[in-house]
Design a protein around this ligand. Structure first.
Ligand code: PLP
Length: 365
């Protein structure tokens, strides 16, 4: 028995087909692959943040319930603080929800988790890591929700949770609001999680959907796309009774004190800096989209997010490799094949980074 196989019979069988998350090679000159904000905080904001972090009591465990931050978010979102479950990024919150939802429905062997395809990879990976069944449902030809297909899948799989990111990653579009409403209406026995990770770039919020369906709709939010990716702060706004249960599977100190402080400042006195970065990204998004759409054979989908969903002519894998050779990393979907084979997801960078992309791209097509 080798060390590779010793514990194989004891491990969750789904792990054999999974890989640990591996982002693109660090070190490339221009990183447009991870949907981060390209804007570091200006010096005066960093000084203020540094002073606040220096005051953080590092010799003590952090506030176990991140009380101040939860209350701040609750006030901003007009919900009760007990509805909020914070995590080390919304990735962790997705995992917490799926950990709590571990009892299969009567007569079924497994828990099902439904999400559109393509969408954010962690819905599938997190479901598999819990031993649940992922149920991807293909988006229609305009990358919108295919309501009949979703309704069929809901009836057939009786999912515990349905994740709907809008704007969607990687397609960048908002799902039609009446289609989201139709999915919510078709799934009264499931938790429908409206993932607003890219909401600040779209101006659309789903508070009305949640308040009119208070018992089975949740919202997921994160600071990662706004300029605080390194701090790893995300949260869910859940129906209160469910939040109480999900909070029981959370590790007590999952959100460290430095991140709590940084997040509070980001939502509070430093908010104008983060808001300004969002405005700059939205303006650059329009410029970048128009310039790329003018390149022969390139199609740019309408984006409400901080990235563009781009179809290139010819071999997507080759275009990706040529860009990497010029020091620009984007996210390619060639490995998925089918209608994603020639698609790139390109994060909106700074004006300089976008200029570099625009001058490099034509020779890579
Ligand atoms: C739709 C969506 N939801 C959630 C996340 C997770 O963000 P984080 O864990 O950084 O909060 C991402 C990250 O790419 C995403 O695209």
């Amino acid at each position: 028995m080798t060390d590779d196989t010793r514990f194989a019979p004891l491990l969750r069988p789904e792990l054999a087909a999974l890989h640990a998350y591996a982002p693109a090679k660090a070190g490339a000159a221009i990183r447009l692959d991870a949907n981060e904000s390209p804007h570091a905080l200006p010096a005066e904001a960093r000084a203020r943040l540094g002073a606040a972090l220096a005051e953080t009591a590092l010799h003590r465990y952090p506030d176990v319930r991140a009380t101040a931050l939860r209350e701040q978010i609750a006030a901003r979102e007009n919900v009760h603080p007990d509805q909020i479950v914070l995590g080390c990024g919304s990735d962790e919150v997705i995992a917490l929800i799926l950990t709590a939802f571990s009892r299969p429905r009567a007569g079924r062997a497994k828990v099902s988790v439904l999400f559109p395809d393509p969408s954010f990879v962690m819905f599938r990976l997190s479901a598999l890591a819990q031993g649940h069944s992922p149920v991807p449902v293909a988006l229609d030809e305009a990358w919108d929700l295919d309501v009949p297909a979703m309704t069929d899948a809901i009836a057939h799989h009786a999912p515990h949770a349905i994740f709907l990111p809008s704007p969607n990653n990687p397609t960048g579009n908002l799902f039609a609001r009446d289609r989201i409403a139709a999915v919510i209406a078709a799934a009264p026995d499931a938790l429908v999680v409206l993932d607003e990770a890219y909401g600040p770039f779209s101006g659309v919020r789903y508070d009305a959907e949640m308040s009119s369906n208070p018992h089975h709709v949740a919202r997921l939010q994160t600071l990662s796309k706004l300029g605080l990716a390194a701090a790893r702060v995300g949260w869910a706004i859940l129906p209160r009774a469910l939040a109480r249960e999900v909070d029981k599977v959370r590790q007590p100190y999952n959100l460290n004190a430095l991140s709590q402080t940084a997040a509070s400042l980001c939502l509070g006195e430093l908010a104008p800096f983060f808001d300004e970065a969002v405005r700059a990204i939205v303006a650059e998004r329009a410029r970048l989209a128009a310039a790329m759409a003018a390149m022969p054979g390139v199609t740019v989908s309408p984006s409400a997010a901080n990235f563009l969903w781009v179809e290139v002519p010819g071999d997507g894998a080759e275009v990706y490799r040529r860009l990497v050779a010029k020091g620009i990393v984007v996210r390619s979907f060639h490995a998925s094949g089918g209608r994603l084979a020639n698609r790139l997801r390109i994060t909106v960078g700074t004006a300089e980074e976008n200029d570099a992309l625009l001058s490099a791209l034509p020779a890579c097509l």
